[in-house]
Design a protein around this ligand. Structure first.
Ligand SMILES: Nc1ncnc2c1ncn2[C@@H]1O[C@H](COP(=O)(O)OP(=O)(O)OP(=O)(O)O)[C@@H](O)[C@H]1O
Ligand SMILES: [Mg+2]
Length: 262
């Protein structure tokens, strides 16, 4: 793959933090800015795959997927064969078989490096690769973080997010001791309400993230238009409905332009 491709993992092991919504809409924003974007759905639940309209690929019996390719060192040059094309971006879909992939990788050599090797061996020069992570801190998330070295962290503005983020930081630092540095590029507060808890959490996010070198805090509110875009298989940018959150997703894309080599 061209050296200029920027890779970013969207990660938070807490379920429902907004990873997939962030992935799809940041991909849409980058695509709108003219970049070639590849989304990798690394979540065995396949929500990004489904949310981009590729539910058939998720269920297809006769189609190879990351499940067949990642555990097989001889097949790590096959990324392109897994890619499907969406109007706004390319996608490596998840597959229902992915539920078992962590078992397949458990005893594999260089098991946390497989996704990075797959990307290194690709010929296509995407500008940006976004990896939507599953809601756990297992081998798949390790693969995403090792492959990208840069993370965008979505989180709900609720006090239960604090413990999850502290645990995520410990995991990132432990990955750094074994592999390369990991850069936090942003915290995307998601479904932010107007209650006191949300306000307190926005303060906590700012205190915790804004002193990191390349990191900014973004605020996405709850909007049914985002849900409807998802149901339509597109990002908010390709969805024919005005939504004030487009500006915030575009600001995230602008920040990524600034702090990475996108
Ligand atoms: N800002 C928002 N406004 C309205 N609905 C939202 C918003 N963000 C997320 N949702 C909805 O909340 C649900 C959870 O969000 P999402 O799937 O993005 O989280 P996730 O972290 O990817 O979840 P999982 O851990 O299951 O992968 C989805 O149904 C999504 O459409
Ligand atoms: Mg998800």
């Amino acid at each position: 793959m061209s050296q200029s491709a920027e890779r970013i993992a969207i990660t938070n092991q807490k379920g429902g933090a907004g990873k997939t919504t962030t992935t799809i809409n940041v991909a849409g924003a980058l695509s709108r800015r003219g970049y070639d974007v590849l989304v990798i759905d690394l979540d065995p639940q396949g929500h990004a795959t489904e949310g981009l309209g590729f539910g058939d690929s998720y269920d297809a019996r006769d189609r190879d997927s990351l499940y067949e390719v990642l555990p097989d060192l001889d097949r790590l040059d096959e990324l392109e064969s897994l890619v499907v094309t969406h109007d706004e971006m390319d996608l490596v879909p998840s597959h229902q078989r992915m539920i078992n992939i962590e078992d397949e990788l458990a005893n594999a050599r260089r098991r946390e490096e497989r996704l990075g090797m797959l990307l290194d061996d690709a010929d296509t020069a995407w500008d940006v690769v976004l990896v939507d992570c599953p809601p756990n801190l297992g081998i798949l998330t390790d693969n995403a973080v090792v492959a990208t070295g840069q993370v965008l962290i979505p989180a709900q503005a609720r006090s239960t997010s604090i413990r999850a983020i502290e645990q995520l930081f410990r995991q990132l630092r432990s990955i750094e001791t074994a592999f390369d540095d990991v850069d936090e590029l942003g915290l995307v507060a998601n479904e932010v309400g107007t209650d006191g808890e949300a306000e307190e959490m926005m303060d906590w996010f700012k205190e915790t993230f804004e002193n990191k070198e390349h990191c900014e805090v973004f605020e996405i509110r709850k909007r049914v238009a985002l849900q409807r875009a998802w149901n339509n298989g597109v990002s908010i940018f390709a969805h024919g409905e005005e939504c004030d959150m487009e500006a915030e997703y575009d600001a995230i894309a602008g920040h990524l332009e600034e702090v990475t080599d996108v």
